[in-house]
Design a protein around this ligand. Structure first.
Ligand code: HEM
Length: 88
């Protein structure tokens, strides 16, 4: 990674919404949180609320002070691009 983030669309992000394959966007960055799942102090169920989604609001509601940039540095996939899907 030379400082250039690979773009990740909401569509691609949404495909990774399983406990054993879980991506999450926070502050426009997409992380693979699968390896972190079992270490999350709030538990698997709580973390899974943001699975495959832009979880920034959820994240900030609970722990705005947590430094994800440093915590999930090695889990960074890319940058979130585009627009959220329009609800049916
Ligand atoms: C607690 C990290 C996403 C819900 C925590 C704590 C950390 C953490 C470090 C302990 C904070 C403290 O005690 O000060 C993360 C990271 C996330 C993430 C790195 C992103 C990948 C989420 C999401 C939710 C969530 C999406 C869903 C609402 C919670 C809850 C607690 C917690 C409820 C409190 C547990 C308790 O004190 O009993 N998280 N979190 N977290 N997290 Fe997360």
């Amino acid at each position: 990674n030379k400082g250039i983030l690979r773009p990740v669309t909401y569509e691609e992000l949404a495909k990774h919404d399983k406990v054993d394959d879980c991506w999450m966007a926070i502050y426009d960055k997409v992380y693979n949180v699968t390896p972190y799942m079992k270490y999350h102090p709030g538990g698997v169920e709580e973390l899974m609320k943001g699975a495959g989604k832009n979880a920034t609001a959820l994240f900030n509601q609970v722990h705005q002070w947590v430094n994800i940039q440093s915590m999930l540095e090695k889990c960074l996939i890319g940058g979130l691009v585009g627009h959220p899907p329009v609800p049916a």
